[in-house]
Design a protein around this ligand. Sequence first.
Ligand SMILES: [Zn+2]
Ligand SMILES: [Zn+2]
Length: 350
Amino acid sequence: MRSYQIVDFGRPLQEANLPDPKPIGDEVVVAVKASGVCHSDLHIWEGGFDLGGGRRLTLKDRGIALPLTLGHETAGEIVSVGPDVKDRKVGEMCLIYPWIGCGVCRACRAGDENLCMKPRCLGIHCDGGYSDRLVVPHSRYCLPLDGFDSVIAAPLACSGVTTYSALKKLGPAIHQDPVLVIGAGGLGLMCVAILKAMGGKGAVVVDIDEKRRDAAVAAGAIAAIDGAAPDALKRVIAAMGGPCWAAIDLVGSPATAGLAFDSLGRGGKLVTVGLFGGAAPWPLPLIPQKATTIMGSYTGNLAETRELLDLARSGAVAGIPIRRRPLGDASEALEDLKAGRVVGRVVLTP
Ligand SMILES: [Zn+2]
Ligand SMILES: [Zn+2]
């Protein structure tokens, strides 16, 4: 098998040629057909997150060992299964659920493996899909595509389920009022498309990049506003038709968190998803005075991923712009994403 690995944080990925894996027990080996390049791959590659105030969360401290094959948005064809696998067969095309936990803790038993404190996520703690082969620890993480396109399906495993889960946390508000979506990268465009598929009222999108704003409008956003404009807040409230009830911050910087919070009316809800970094900008007394709910959302669980795949297979989720690149372009794809040169999603196709 051929994999592209982080050998040193921040250094170009290295090609590794390893023996083909043989599945044991419940394991499944997949020939990767599509592997999405996600913004969080950048943070892993760089080796940490900025926590604000000069503090940094390093992945070394979190026990992430190198070398590591990135890639958590994977779809592919099953090429071999372990002796205990009964429900999946060689030749089936599947979307791979990557947010795998220990399987025994409270979160895992409740079906929220994505919130496990001892995670074994593919492409983060274990080797992922920047490779032509992927070992999946259990067949239950292989969700059959049933004819759905693997390249369109792959981003559902992260950007798709992340935005789907965040939208679900907003509750019935999405059917009554527009949602403020900050960030029109791969996640933002996916968010606009999934909100529409869920029967939402629509999205007002904020991004500082004109090309990404245009892409958001093309994806069906009600309006796309430049977050760097001095009157951005006024423009957001005008486009929303009043203060906002429900906001999703897909960037997660002090500036975007501030704009989202300031846009909210009393009783509004902000779901924070983005991992850009920095410290919270809100004055504490305003949180009770505005009775604001601020909550985080991290990826999504297996059940949500199944629901989303069903929704996508029904044809309800409009496609986001996808650029296919060969597996060998993995490092350049990360560089392009870092430099802001990507509209939509890059999917590596080994
Ligand atoms: Zn991701
Ligand atoms: Zn667990």
